[in-house]
Every structure is written in structure tokens, then in C-alpha cells.
Design a protein. Structure first.
Length: 483
């Protein structure tokens, strides 16, 4: 196949089923590209080629007998390092866990394999999945294929970089603070943060952790919008405990094109300024949506977005507090005290979130539920809220100090990197599904992604929007230099 590495997973699977290419040939094609391009990207940090080759041969034998494993039959796949894959290390970038080789795979990985994928590797992450960059002491730094001096995002940065460079057929990541969405945006690929809870995270965890975390969701990253649905259908559903009493039935989106969709637009917010070059690209997309016949209007639920963001940061840090060392909390508390009240607002929010009493958490959760109901009512009249995924396009690597001390350039000003968490929490804290897909390139030649938020449980509305935009306006564009 011509340019096999730029094809979507769905296209690759169809070619294999049509006997235009074998699963073995597809795998070897991608492995050759990993050898050629991964050294400059450091996106894929673990591989089991022999296991993958054995499975690819089995896929071809099965197909010769008329057996199709699933819609992703024979598609080579990588996974974020934080997923348990039998026989692989699962470290979350922590040197203390470098010898943590798991004997079993995550439930979602098992389901993807039943859908036909061939897992051959794992991708780079930041320490404890806690950065919008992807680097750690075990594996080093992942680079953006559009410019290796820039971050590919995090924490699923290696996943997005591998996809954008054509090193894998499909990938899966996780998202509590835009960790699927910002890498997809920075690298110019697709990502889905599903409705919270519809994909069981069983096996996407640190050793000994079996409880499922608040806000955090797992989902696919892809080169094609159709792949989002294929992966969602494969991964979604309850675990063995919840599956005794409930089944998942995601409704299908009735729209057949952009002209059938009602799109509420929110491109700005005082909590997180958006860089002009990125805003211009998103506005051009909005203009094109209107030309295509979609109902488009600048509108959002009548809510206090400052309070929404505050609730998000507190609940986010509460959700990650169990894996936050006491020494970190003490250091943040001391930094806040030394600066004076209100001088390090985000640091103060981190400390509060990590030390919430259960009574305080219940109050915040009640506020969240009120916001969820407001958004749910808003979606009676709208299919999608279209907004940014971050404040800017990809930015230079910066590993100095702590995350809250770093800045990025937005409209020629230095702003805290943590300001961008607003666009993560806008849908995340409310458990809403959202896709990120390519919106085009800035004048500097960097990809920009839109974020399309749908009502809870209406994941197929968000994926449909991405399919229509891909079909009618713009889709994945390969970065130069990876022909």
C-alpha cells in the first residue's frame, strides 16, 4: 500500500481483510519506521517484536481460514507506558518502579486485542503522568515530530508523537488533565477523552492500586476520526464486578454531516488566554463550519467559569493526592507561605486539593453535580461545545524547576503553563466526553487542534463531529521529514 504509515487504523484493517497486504507485512513496515525515526523522537520506549511477529503470523493464518478477529484485525498498536501489558514494565516514569513487570494486561488492552490489534510497544510518559511534557529518568525525553525542540505534550506525549510520525497504527492513553487531548493537539492527531467511567480503567494503574480515580479516563489516540469509534467500541464497557448488573449502550449520533449539527463556540475565557495564532486557526475552522451549514453561535452555559476551574483544580489534586509524596505537599506549602497569601495561587490550590477533608470534598462534589446538570440542560439545545484544547501550539522543552514555576509564551507574554489546565477541566471535571482533532496549521507551521465537547454519554456526538470535520474540512496532515 502506498504510504501505509499515514493510513488510519480502519484503512489498514480493511486492506488486510481485503488481502492487499498481510498483517506481517504491515507490522514489519512499522517496525522499520521505528528503527529509522524513533531515535530522534524517543516516543516508543519498550518493544516486544517477537511476540508481535508471532501474533501477526497468527492473524494471517486466521484470515486465511476466513476468521476475522475484529474490526482492527492485524493493526499494529502501541500503548501508553502506564497500561499494564503482560511481560512489560509499567513504571509511570518512576525509577523506583523500573522492575515492575506485570504478569497480566489491562482489561482495555485485552479488549483491544480481541478487536484484532497487535501490540508491539509502549510509549513515553512524564513522571507519574504529571506534566504536559513527556520525560522521565528511566526513558528520557520524547520529542515532537513537527519540531524536536518542542514538547509533544503529556502525559500521552509518546503516543501522539508515534502516531504523528507514522510509527504505529493506533494508540491509547489516559486523561485527567488533558493528557490525551493536549498531545493530540500539539502533534496534530485525534484523541478521545470519553465520558468518565464508560471505559473501565482496570489494569491502568500503579502497583497495588485497584480503586478507580476521580476524573481520570482512558481512551484512544488515532490518525483518523473513524478509528476513535472503533477503539471506543472495543474498549468500552464495565469491569467484571459492575458488569454483573449494568451494560453499556452508547446512543448513536443522528447527524449525517456538519449541516445537521448545532455547535456552541467558546474560544476565549479570562481564566486562560489563548494565543492569537491558535485562536485565528480555530476561528477559521468556525467560519468554515458555518459555511458548511452548521448552526454556529458563540454561547456557553451561564456559569461562573472561575469557580468551575477552582473546583476542578481542587478535585484534580484530591484525585492525585494518594500518589503525591508528603514532601512535595510540604514544599508547596512552604513556597506559598514564603510568597505570601495569593501570590502563588495555583500552589495554594494544589495544597488545598491535596489536603481536603472528606466533608470539603463532598461539598465540592455537590457543586460539581449542579454544574453537570446545567451543562446537561444546555446540551438539550446544542450538540457540541467547540473550544480550545490548550492556550497555544506546542512549546519548547522546559525541564527546569517544578511545573508550576514554568511559563510559556502566549501573545508575547510569559504565562504559567498551569493556566492551560482551565481547558482541560472545562469538560474533565464534569465527566463530559470530548474529542480533539486537527484544525490546521498556524502560520509558523505547527498543528492546532480543536476540542469538541458533547453531553455526558453522547461520546458518539463528539466522534461524529470529528468525522465530519475530517471529511468536509480538514484531517490529519503528516509532519515534514517522515516520508
Amino acid at each position: 500500500m502506498d504510504k501505509l504509515h499515514w493510513k488510519s487504523a480502519a484503512e489498514i484493517a480493511r486492506a488486510i481483510r481485503a488481502r492487499k497486504v498481510t498483517a506481517v507485512e504491515v507490522l514489519e513496515h512499522f517496525l522499520a519506521r521505528v528503527d529509522k525515526y524513533n531515535p530522534r523522537l524517543n516516543a516508543i520506549i519498550w518493544q516486544d517484536r517477537e511476540r508481535a511477529r508471532t501474533r501477526a503470523r497468527a492473524a494471517d493464518v486466521a484470515l486465511a481460514k476466513g476468521e476475522v478477529w475484529g474490526p482492527l484485525h492485524g493493526v499494529p498498536m502501541t500503548l501508553k507506558e502506564s497500561y499494564n501489558v503482560a511481560g512489560s514494565p509499567t513504571t509511570w516514569g518512576d525509577p523506583a518502579l523500573k522492575d515492575n513487570v506485570t504478569a497480566t494486561s489491562a482489561l482495555s488492552v485485552e479488549r483491544l486485542e480481541k478487536a484484532g490489534v497487535i501490540v508491539f510497544g509502549k510509549t513515553n510518559v512524564p513522571l507519574m503522568l504529571a506534566d504536559w511534557q513527556s520525560y522521565n529518568e528511566i526513558y528520557g525525553t520524547a520529542n515532537n515530530p513537527w519540531n524536536t525542540a518542542l514538547t509533544p505534550g503529556g502525559s500521552s506525549g509518546g503516543s501522539a508523537a508515534a502516531l504523528a510520525a507514522g510509527l504505529t497504527g493506533i494508540d491509547a492513553g489516559s486523561d485527567i488533565g488533558a493528557s490525551i487531548r493536549n498531545p493530540a493537539h500539539y502533534c496534530g492527531v485525534f484523541g478521545l477523552k470519553p465520558t468518565w467511567g464508560i471505559i473501565s480503567p482496570k489494569g491502568h494503574s500503579l502497583p497495588g492500586v485497584v480503586a478507580y480515580g476521580d476524573i481520570s479516563a482512558i481512551g484512544p489516540l488515532t490518525r483518523g476520526a473513524e478509528d476513535l469509534d472503533l477503539a471506543l467500541d472495543a474498549m468500552a464497557g464495565p469491569d467484571d464486578i459492575d458488569g454483573v448488573c449494568w451494560k453499556l449502550d452508547l446512543p448513536s449520533c443522528p447527524a449525517t454531516s456538519l449541516k445537521d449539527m448545532r455547535i456552541a463556540v467558546k474560544l476565549t475565557d479570562p481564566n486562560s488566554e489563548v494565543d492569537g495564532a491558535m485562536a485565528d486557526r480555530l476561528q477559521s475552522l468556525v467560519d468554515e463550519l458555518a459555511r458548511r451549514g452548521a448552526k454556529v453561535q458563540e454561547i456557553e452555559p451561564e456559569i461562573d467559569t472561575r469557580r468551575l476551574h477552582e473546583i476542578y483544580v481542587w478535585l484534580l489534586r484530591a484525585a492525585t493526592s494518594a500518589r503525591t509524596p508528603e514532601a512535595d505537599i510540604a514544599r508547596w506549602k512552604a513556597a506559598g507561605a514564603a510568597a505570601g497569601p495569593g501570590k502563588l495561587a495555583y500552589v495554594e490550590q494544589m495544597v488545598k486539593g491535596c489536603t481536603l477533608s472528606h466533608r470539603e470534598w463532598l461539598g465540592l462534589n455537590n457543586e460539581r453535580m449542579k454544574l453537570r446538570r446545567q451543562f446537561n440542560a444546555f446540551f438539550d439545545d446544542w450538540d457540541i461545545v467547540l473550544c480550545p484544547a490548550a492556550s497555544s501550539a506546542a512549546w519548547p522543552h522546559d525541564q527546569a524547576g517544578e511545573r508550576w514555576q514554568r511559563t510559556i509564551t502566549v501573545n508575547n507574554k510569559q504565562v504559567p503553563t498551569t493556566d492551560q489546565l482551565f481547558w482541560a477541566g472545562y469538560s474533565g471535571v464534569l465527566y463530559l466526553p470530548s474529542t480533539v482533532g486537527p484544525a490546521g496549521l498556524t502560520t509558523a507551521g505547527l498543528p492546532v487542534g480543536y476540542q469538541a465537547i458533547a453531553a455526558g454519554g453522547r461520546d458518539k456526538w463528539a466522534t461524529a463531529f470529528s468525522r465530519f470535520v475530517e471529511r468536509e474540512i480538514v484531517g490529519f496532515t503528516p509532519p515534514p521529514g517522515y516520508e
